[in-house]
Structure formats: structure tokens, C-alpha cells
Design a protein around this ligand. Sequence first.
Ligand code: SF4
Ligand code: SF4
Length: 99
Amino acid sequence: MSLKILDTCVNCDVCEPACPNKAISLGEEYYVIDPSLCTECIGHYDQPQCVEVCPVECIIVDPQHTETHEQLELKYHHLMAVAGDAAGAASGASAKDKA
Ligand code: SF4
Ligand code: SF4
């Protein structure tokens, strides 16, 4: 399951840089988590980092986005492959720029 930020969020900005998947961003009124990017930190950490750092405990498991551990691992590998492609494209472009 991805996690979800409740409206008790105080917009302290602490969780956004803690997320290894860049799944957290400032929404219209408070921070939000993109469920397509959240893996519950599986693949990166043993515990969800946003939950670890949030001072007001306003991040919960989102019952609207149920996923098994295996599905979250697959999502993690997919995200890493996409990130690798992006990094490869960027380094390829810079290598070309230098040539
Ligand atoms: S659980 Fe991990 S991946 Fe999901 S939003 Fe929090 S820090 Fe990001
Ligand atoms: S750490 Fe908690 S209170 Fe701070 S911005 Fe994130 S969700 Fe909101």
C-alpha cells in the first residue's frame, strides 16, 4: 500500500527530502504522496522514512491503495529502471556534448 498524508499535516517540509522515490510534494493545502511512486520505502529502507521523520504523525497507510509486498518490490524495480534510463540518457547527452 502506498501511504497517505492527513490534513493534520503542518507543512513542515521535513518528509519531502526524506523520500527516496520523490513521491512527496506540496499539494494545494498540504503535502501529498503520489501513490504511483510510493513503495513504503521497500527497496531502500526497512521503515517508511516519511513516517519516521514526521513530527505530528499524520502519515498513514492508504486503504485506497492496497498492494502486496511483492507488488511494492516490483514497483521499486520499475522505478529504479526508469531512473536508470533517465540517468543514462542524461550522461549520454553530456558525453555527446563533450565530444
Ligand atoms: S513511505 Fe517511503 S516511498 Fe512512500 S512516501 Fe514515504 S518516504 Fe516516500
Ligand atoms: S513531515 Fe508530516 S507534517 Fe511535515 S510536511 Fe510531511 S506530512 Fe506534513
